[in-house]
Structure formats: structure tokens, C-alpha cells
Design a protein around this ligand. Structure first.
Ligand SMILES: Nc1ncnc2c1ncn2[C@@H]1O[C@H](COP(=O)(O)OP(=O)(O)OP(=O)(O)O)[C@@H](O)[C@H]1O
Length: 246
């Protein structure tokens, strides 16, 4: 398995109760959506996988390299929930700046920024200041910034929250084009979001993985007789014992 969390325990303070406890998780190839109610630990799991923070006990590895290593960080890209439009910078400059922060030289970062913007279908907006982009376009700048250094794994924290249906569709199309060469783990509160396009579903509840597997198996948890359009929502409710839209 490419990215693995093994026996990971994490608490935000040494004295506070763990948010994740002895968690084992392997990210499967393709596009995986990470579901779970507020406070389940989705962002925490993504932050551990992104090497933004480290487990108190246990290990996070990518193809055997530890999350504390430079090689690990070179392989993994992370997009946080909030993307900031940097004052005065164009989309290409903002993405190139991320590449430079990841250790690329200026020329490399500048060239890679154009490629990354092309991957998220934003090359025509490359010279527009990020402050002037729409919310959906800014999220795609966030994705481009996360993958600019040639990552193999992309971790996205609620990238579609607050987007209108058209922007969500654009975002879905962009992600679908990645699945062949980049493994994607994406958290979302919208159960129906990407349910059709994704390869795998993981459900986290109170820091525990209550389901991880293929989308088809996930949908199989919907009670018999569920109408086709509500399968994902019903499966999620059955697995997490939580109202999908709370
Ligand atoms: N910086 C922090 N300091 C202390 N506790 C935190 C911090 N960030 C998160 N937590 C706590 O960790 C738990 C898990 O939070 P996390 O943000 O990982 O959940 P989540 O599933 O992403 O939630 P949401 O869907 O609301 O974003 C929650 O109880 C939360 O209050």
C-alpha cells in the first residue's frame, strides 16, 4: 500500500484525550472520499498523512519512507480547508511560490506552476490575481499548489464545501482526471459528493474507521428498498448511525 498509518495515536495536547487512537489505515489507489460527522477526526487524519503534524505513537509511511523524511514530503501534497488568496500575486505566482517553498528553484517552480494550473483547468486564469478569482477557482489554485512539486498522493480537506453545483462539477471533472497517476484522499460532508466517481470510501466516526472499501461495497450498506438517488446517504447513515446532513 502506498500511504499507511500504523497504530497511530494523536492528541492535540499531551494531557488531552486522543482524537485518533491506535488507528490503522491504508490509502488505496485512485480517488477515496473520507466521510464522517463534525469532529470525527477527518482533518486530523489528513494532517497526519500530510506530515503537517506527527503521531504521538505509531508511524505514517509512504512506500516505506517515514512522514518525517524529506522524501515523504516530496511525495505528498495537502490542501487545507481554507485557501488564502495572497495579496498581489497572480494564480501562477501563488502556485510557483508554493513550489519554491517545497524546495524547487525559481525556474522549476515557475514552469511547474503552469503545468499544475493546466491540470486543474485554470491555465487561462494564470495571470489573474488570486484575489479576483471565484471561490471555486481559488480552490483549484489550492489543488495546483498542493500538486506543484510532482506529488504522488493528494490530500484535500473539504475542497468542495460551499461551491455551487456548477463549480462542484468542474471540480469533480478535474479530480476524475487525476485518478490514474495520483492517489487522492478527499474529505467531504456531502455524502452524495463524488459518490459516483470515487473508487473507495472511508467512513470515520469518533476517531475510528467504521468502514473502508470500494464504493460498490459502501453503497451495499444502504437498506434494501432505498431509492437509487439516495443510496450513498442511506449507506452513510447505516454505517455511522448519523444523519447524513446534520
Ligand atoms: N487545533 C486543535 N486543538 C485542539 N483540539 C482540536 C484542534 N483541532 C481539532 N481538534 C479536536 O479534534 C477533534 C477532531 O477534529 P477534526 O477537525 O480532525 O475533525 P473533522 O472530522 O475534520 O471535523 P469537521 O468535519 O468539523 O472539520 C475534535 O474534537 C476537535 O475539537
Amino acid at each position: 500500500m502506498p500511504l499507511e498509518l500504523s497504530s497511530c495515536t494523536y492528541s492535540y495536547r499531551p494531557w488531552s484525550a486522543p482524537v485518533l487512537s491506535s488507528l490503522d489505515y491504508s490509502l488505496a489507489p485512485g480517488l477515496t472520499i473520507l466521510l464522517g460527522p463534525n469532529g470525527a477526526g477527518k482533518s486530523t487524519l489528513l494532517r497526519l498523512a500530510a506530515a503537517v503534524t506527527y503521531p504521538r505513537t505509531g508511524t505514517v509511511t509512504y512506500e516505506g519512507t517515514c512522514s518525517r523524511s524529506r522524501a515523504y514530503r516530496a511525495s505528498v501534497g495537502w490542501m487545507p480547508q481554507q485557501i488564502t488568496a495572497m495579496a498581489g500575486l497572480t494564480a501562477r505566482e501563488q502556485v510557483a511560490y508554493s513550489g519554491w517553498l517545497k524546495g524547487m528553484n525559481k525556474r522549476e517552480a515557475w514552469d511547474s506552476a503552469a503545468q499544475a494550473l493546466s491540470r486543474v483547468d485554470l491555465l487561462p486564469q494564470a495571470d489573474i490575481r488570486t484575489k479576483q478569482l471565484s471561490g471555486g477557482q481559488l480552490r483549484r489554485v489550492g489543488v495546483a499548489s498542493a500538486l506543484v512539486h510532482g506529488v504522488r498522493v493528494l490530500l484535500l480537506d473539504e475542497p468542495t464545501a460551499g461551491l455551487d453545483p456548477r463549480q462542484r462539477r468542474v471540480f469533480r471533472d478535474v479530480l476524475a482526471s487525476f485518478a490514474d497517476d495520483v492517489h487522492v484522499l478527499l474529505s467531504t460532508h456531502d455524502v452524495t459528493d463524488l459518490a459516483e466517481e470515487c473508487d473507495q470510501v472511508t467512513v470515520l466516526d469518533a476517531g475510528r474507521i467504521v468502514f473502508t472499501g470500494e464504493t460498490h461495497d459502501f453503497l451495499g450498506h444502504a437498506p434494501a428498498g432505498t431509492t437509487p438517488g439516495r443510496l450513498a446517504e442511506a449507506a452513510y447513515s447505516a454505517l455511522s448511525d448519523t444523519d447524513a446532513y446534520l
